[in-house]
Unconditional design. Structure first.
Lengths: 200, 200
């Protein structure tokens, strides 16, 4: 299972955002939703070997971690509005306290907590931070069960950086230009696909 | 200049679609819009060396070709709704007959016509069809001024295939899985970036 962790510095942890004005009303959750699509959807199918964690740090309910598991999720559509609606409904349906990842819709799980709580459950899974100047993803060792950590348009904050460094996370780069998180996810999936082609 | 041509078999050539229900009301224009983002936007910048052509074959005004030129476009935002609104306004503002590409908004041009009309203006520019089973993009010769032709979720129709074959377009593939057009565009841009890094 490939795991992509997307850190949304301002992304709304509650459903209090408007589908008519997603970027500004949701703290740029839209960028995370596009990365979610890139992580889980291929042509006419879901990647059952991939899983996405959104670390939502914006708004009154923050921080929360939302997980979408390609092996369990149903009816995942690629367009941004449909994905936003799925996340909004999940966040709206959440009970007041969730101390561990709890399935609220098929394949969509939620918990209270931040990156630190998520990391505490990883044990020693191989971890990678995606960032400019890292080792080239094309030549790096990349186990299929890797955890990939990506920032949003604001990048990583110092505290997140320290948490990941403390785990010994290696830094990877996908190429010479600074790209949107969704493009980075696409490039990671392609590199992994090339190394171990999934069944069609 | 890299050029990406996206063929939308049912994508609306008029502005008669709803932003609240883009996939079904626009004939899956949403898929083309995501590919447009992948083609033209990097982190906090526009790719001034890339250009996108949408071949719109759906609805009463079809066929039309809409071009977005990274060197001229202004205020291009990454979210699907903003991109849909830009295209909708452009299509709505079009005069009844446009026999050649005409700028209707900064960097956004429109013309009547289909793939055949577009191809007739290409002269002998190097052309590539993106499709499963083609030569691997990582090892193929890829001039920076290449034209890349991509299908939507329905792939290529026989007539388009013949037009492109008649030009001697080579077939390229990005990897072992069948991906959304936007992911294919991301992978092409990355391969070109790696060969000739653009200025930061």
């Amino acid at each position: 299972m490939r795991r992509f962790v997307l850190i949304g510095q301002t992304a709304s942890a509650s459903g209090d955002f408007s589908l008519e004005n997603l970027p500004s009303s949701s703290g740029r959750l839209d960028a995370l939703l596009r990365a979610l699509r890139a992580a889980l959807l291929v042509s006419h199918a879901v990647r059952t070997n991939a899983c996405v964690y959104l670390v939502l740090r914006g708004g009154p309910k923050a921080p929360r971690v939302l997980r979408v598991d390609g092996a369990r999720v149903k009816f995942l559509r690629p367009d941004e509005r449909s994905l936003a609606l799925l996340i909004k409904k999940t966040l709206d349906a959440a009970p007041p306290a969730l101390s561990e990842l709890t399935e609220l819709r098929p394949g969509v799980d939620l918990r209270d907590g931040d990156l630190a709580e998520l990391l505490s459950e990883l044990a020693d899974a191989p971890s990678y931070v995606l960032e400019e100047g890292g080792a080239d993803v094309r030549t790096a060792a990349l186990p299929e069960d890797a955890w990939f950590f990506l920032g949003d348009h604001q990048g990583f904050d110092a505290a997140s950086r320290e948490l990941l460094a403390a785990r010994g996370a290696a830094t990877l780069s996908v190429g010479p230009r600074s790209l949107h998180a969704e493009d980075v996810v696409t490039l990671l999936n392609n590199e992994l696909d090339r190394r171990s082609p999934a069944p069609r």
